[in-house]
Design a protein around this ligand. Structure first.
Ligand code: ZN
Length: 323
């Protein structure tokens, strides 16, 4: 009876309809709320959400953006700041304001920053939360969402994204278990496209989280209002030479530092200091702030066991860095 009630509610979300804005495979309806609910289901399934208090976390945003980027047409943009407060209008979602905003919660936020300023999080009906914690009923609710809001030709892809999220999470947990590292890293593997996707996504998630979205070399942290981050997860010794995704072979690097690192124009020294190649000082260049980074300590994860390994940094100094 309770399940039936929520199957009905999730199949009748109030969503914007617009023929020009949304594709036929989402029935010309805004898929924001379904994507947000699917993302919450994924985080509950993997154990990242364990209490009925759902914060607008980086992880939730990344998962939501993952669905959006996989399913929606290339170049279309959105922010989780739209559906997160608006779910309130569907009757099972209760926003929890931060102390100074108690009486003034509206549901129009244009950015995650603003949303986080006003909202501490949200709670869903306890009955619904319990249904989502139970794998069997969760999958029934997931199926209802997918069947209602996505055309048959796209459903497998939506479902696959959920599987990918789960598998990538498992992989990232493995990367964080120092005790298990020795076993299967460093060996060549024959991997399918699907395995590569899981590995890329799991490695990325691990590194970006450990570095808290900050570039190891220049220290900047920048996120767009949609929650897209400037940092990439970079391998120190490339995957093709190392088959090593352990955090000790990775760093979060901004686009500029990533490119400079891969081209051998920047590296990291023995004392974890930034090295800048003298080769950037050629006539046509304007290297700007990069020069000021020389000898500054790099930004590292909190735990030393996750810092870049000297072996890997040495490899980069010997094989890639231009002195
Ligand atoms: Zn940088």
């Amino acid at each position: 009876m309770i399940l039936k009630n929520y199957l009905h509610k999730l199949s009748n979300l109030r969503t914007d309809k617009n023929r020009n804005r949304y594709p036929a495979y989402t029935s010309h309806r805004a898929p924001h709320k379904p994507f947000l609910l699917l993302s919450m289901m994924d985080l509950i399934a993997q154990g990242s959400i364990t209490e009925n208090f759902i914060e607008p976390s980086f992880e939730l945003v990344e998962t939501f953006n993952g669905y959006w980027n996989r399913i929606m047409p290339l170049g279309s943009k959105t922010s989780m700041a739209y559906p997160y407060p608006r779910l309130k209008t569907d009757g099972f979602w209760h926003l929890i304001p931060n102390p100074t905003f108690e009486n003034q919660i509206n549901i129009n936020f244009s950015s995650m920053t603003k949303l986080r300023e006003v909202c501490a999080g949200a709670r869903m009906d306890e009955e619904l939360f319990q249904l989502l914690c139970n794998p069997e009923t969760r999958e029934q609710l997931r199926a209802a969402l997918i069947e209602t809001y996505f055309a048959p030709e796209i459903r497998t892809k939506v479902l696959e994204q959920g599987h990918l999220n789960y598998a990538a999470y498992r992989y990232s947990q493995k990367l964080l278990k120092v005790a298990e590292w020795k076993k299967d890293f460093g060996k060549a593997t024959d991997e399918s496209d699907w395995q590569k996707k899981i590995r890329d996504s799991g490695f990325r998630r691990t590194i970006v989280t450990l570095y808290r979205h900050r570039c190891a070399l220049c220290g900047i942290r920048m996120l767009t209002p949609e929650g897209h981050t400037i940092v990439d997860a970079a391998h120190i010794k490339p995957w093709k030479d190392s088959f090593d995704d352990r955090p000790t072979n990775g760093m979060a690097l901004c686009k500029l530092c990533h490119w400079s690192f891969d081209k051998g124009l920047m590296s990291v020294g023995k004392k974890y200091e930034v090295l800048v190649s003298k080769r950037i000082l050629v006539e046509q260049n304007f290297p700007g702030h990069i020069l000021t980074l020389t000898d500054r300590p790099i930004f590292t994860p909190e735990k030393e066991s996750f810092w870049p390994a000297q072996d890997n940094l040495n490899w980069h100094l010997r094989n890639t860095f231009r002195r």
